[in-house]
Design a protein around this ligand. Structure first.
Ligand code: 10E
Ligand code: SF4
Length: 339
């Protein structure tokens, strides 16, 4: 009887929004459309998004992922990942006569433009972000002489600037909002004249996923975040969940990585996924949990998302040209039938 009560109380709180953001959706579709339009192989510089399953699925369809532009055969097509690239990468690609499709998320491009603008005005730019992350390498590359990386609150004491009256902070798009505010507060203490970016650099998708998992985490004994280990925004979701009161939290690529031992004494399991994660992987986790008595799923959705981005312009141009050509062929076909 005691067991029955425990079983019936078991539940899952499923966070929403979760999973694909508009920038990831656009980047993944760009690779798929490029494969259809130009045929395999299509080269992609770096993982198009930081998700194992997405990368493996696209590889099966004929995408070849490389680390550097120099690995792409001259004259081929290369897609730049959603995380963005430094201008020098565009130059390298041009030198190798590569046709490029830039799948950089427009919200990353926005931060690049801010960096260019503040560098032109000769500001010292304090870029809050994680050392070595591709997005940070790309953004810094817009103005290498003006950008200093600040990797969290602990890094603030090391920061040096040329002129304290001309300092601005910018950030990576996928950081923890709370930790970034701590970093900014610490920077402001050191540099009282520090100015803020014109609008939020941490994007809408990152913010919304963190708000949703906080609500879920406050009631959860265990939070499972679906996402890959190199996905910054996914890793942040685990940290945010723990910070918001979840007793335990783990990041998994697949349901098969969940350890049964995590469920010991657990009544409520919170579930979410990073911005690069297809929902089919979350469905796998929900099935795995249902098989173990956690079949009651309640969605916790503090807000709706409606953002979408149009495909990269190089691809839109070619898809339009093809559609026009197809219309032309169809017209000829009709003429032929009339004759
Ligand atoms: O490691 P990240 O969270 O930056 O990347 P992701 O590919 O897991 O998610 C999409 C986020 C992008 C492209 C950065 N703005
Ligand atoms: Fe764009 Fe934000 Fe998605 Fe990154 S996480 S791809 S910035 S929408």
């Amino acid at each position: 009887m005691g067991d029955m009560t425990a079983t019936s109380a078991r539940r899952v709180l499923l966070a929403a929004p979760r999973g694909y953001c508009a920038g990831v959706d656009r980047a993944v579709i760009a690779v798929e459309k490029a494969l259809e339009q130009y045929g395999a192989p299509i080269y992609v510089r770096k993982e198009i998004v930081h998700n194992k399953y997405v990368v493996q699925t696209l590889e099966k369809k004929g995408a070849i992922f490389v680390d550097e532009t120099e690995e792409v055969p001259e004259g081929s097509i290369v897609i730049f990942s959603a995380h963005g690239v430094a201008p020098v990468v565009h130059e390298e690609a041009a030198q190798r006569q590569l046709a490029t499709i830039d799948a950089t998320c427009p919200l990353v491009t926005k931060v690049h433009k801010e960096a260019v603008r503040f560098a032109k005005e000769d500001y010292d730019i304090l870029l809050i972000g994680h050392e070595g992350h591709e997005e940070v390498i790309g953004t810094s590359g817009e103005a290498p002489d003006h950008v200093t990386l600040v990797d969290g609150p602990g890094d603030v004491k090391n920061v040096e600037v040329r002129d304290e009256s001309k300092v601005v902070w910018l950030s990576q798009t996928t950081l923890s909002v709370d930790e970034t505010m701590e970093t900014v507060d610490a920077l402001q203490d050191r540099f009282p004249q520090l100015i803020s970016p014109p609008s939020d650099d941490i994007c809408y998708a990152t913010q919304n996923r963190q708000i949703a998992i906080k609500q879920v985490a406050a009631e959860s004994d265990l939070v499972i975040v679906v996402g890959s280990k190199n996905s910054s925004n996914s890793v942040r979701l685990v940290e945010v969940a723990i910070g918001a009161g979840a007793k335990d939290g783990h990041l998994v690529d697949y349901a098969s990585e969940i350890d049964e031992a995590w469920l010991e004494g657990v009544t409520t399991v919170g579930v979410t996924s990073g911005a690069s994660v297809p929902d089919v992987l979350v469905e796998g986790v929900l099935e795995w949990l249902a098989e173990r008595g956690y079949g009651d799923v309640e969605v916790v959705q503090p807000m709706q998302e409606t953002m979408t981005f149009s495909l990269p312009k190089e691809l839109r141009r070619d898809l339009r040209a093809e559609a026009a050509a197809a219309a032309g062929t169809a017209a000829t076909g009709t003429d032929g039938a009339e004759r």
